[in-house]
Design a protein around this ligand. Structure first.
Ligand SMILES: [Zn+2]
Length: 255
């Protein structure tokens, strides 16, 4: 049985409608329509693997064009945001994939977006849905940060607020557009999460990995202990060393 997401993704000036089951698309340009389709198709496959769900039906729609009303909508995708990357660059596909990673996490946890989901787990899911180009660029940065000793320590990572959300709320106070602000810890946050994700996939495979983590969050389980378990670590400092080796590519070298 396909699982229908409770909410359309995609509001704002430029509308796109994509119904995974019915297969209809309305987008401002053909390129954006293709970007939306590609993002949904890739995300459905990733959701099956990472969350071990049988099937997924995803609808991307502005209000009044095939989706539920905005008031029932818990998550909205800001289409204008993806256009910042350039409407013909194909980057919008990756941005939509990332945002669907957030949406699908919330669907699986079945909690309001603001409730009980740690910032790191929310972002980990989104990063897991990104494309190969994005993964490669994050790994390049990871190697640099690891050499500088600048990956975020796991004890801080698992408890810190989302650096971009902090920056966004501060920017809104100053009357600026929230999504153009970047906090000092943003790069380290995303980069360290990518390395953590890869380490967990290396140890456990992809299948159902995010399902295990989100189930633990939903049941108010010990996520910290689960992360140590999934990375084969005996302590935070042990995991910090593993992350550093993973990021520097030294985990693969012979002793
Ligand atoms: Zn995100």
């Amino acid at each position: 049985m396909p699982v229908a997401l409770p909410c359309p993704v995609g509001v704002h000036a430029h509308g796109i409608v994509w119904e995974g089951a019915a297969g209809s698309v309305v987008a401002p340009t053909e390129q954006l329509e293709r970007d939306g389709r590609e993002a949904v198709e890739a995300s459905v496959e990733l959701a099956k693997r990472l969350y071990a769900v049988a099937d997924y039906s995803i609808l991307i729609a502005p209000p009044g064009q095939g989706g539920p009303t905005p008031s029932s909508c818990r998550l909205r995708f800001n289409w204008a945001f993806s256009l910042m990357a350039g409407p013909t660059s194909g980057q919008s596909t990756n941005i939509i994939r990332h945002e669907l990673g957030h949406v699908i996490l919330h669907k699986q946890v079945n909690l309001p977006p603001s409730a009980a989901i740690p910032a790191w787990l929310n972002e980990l899911s989104a990063i897991a849905f990104e494309d190969d180009a994005s993964a490669n660029s994050r790994l390049k940065i990871a190697e640099l940060l690891a050499r500088q000793g600048a990956l975020i320590p796991i004890s801080h990572m698992l408890t810190m607020p989302h650096p971009e959300q902090l920056a966004a709320s501060e920017a809104l106070h100053r009357g600026k557009v929230s999504y153009t602000s970047v906090a000092p810890e943003t790069v380290g946050f995303y980069t360290t999460l990518k390395v953590l994700l890869d380490l967990m996939v290396k140890n456990n495979g992809e299948n159902g990995l995010l399902g295990v983590l989100t189930k633990c969050a939903r049941n108010h389980g010990d996520l910290h202990a689960l992360v140590l378990h999934l990375t084969g670590s005996i302590s935070d400092s042990d995991l910090d060393v593993k992350l550093k080796l993973q990021a520097r590519g030294e985990d693969k070298k012979p002793l």
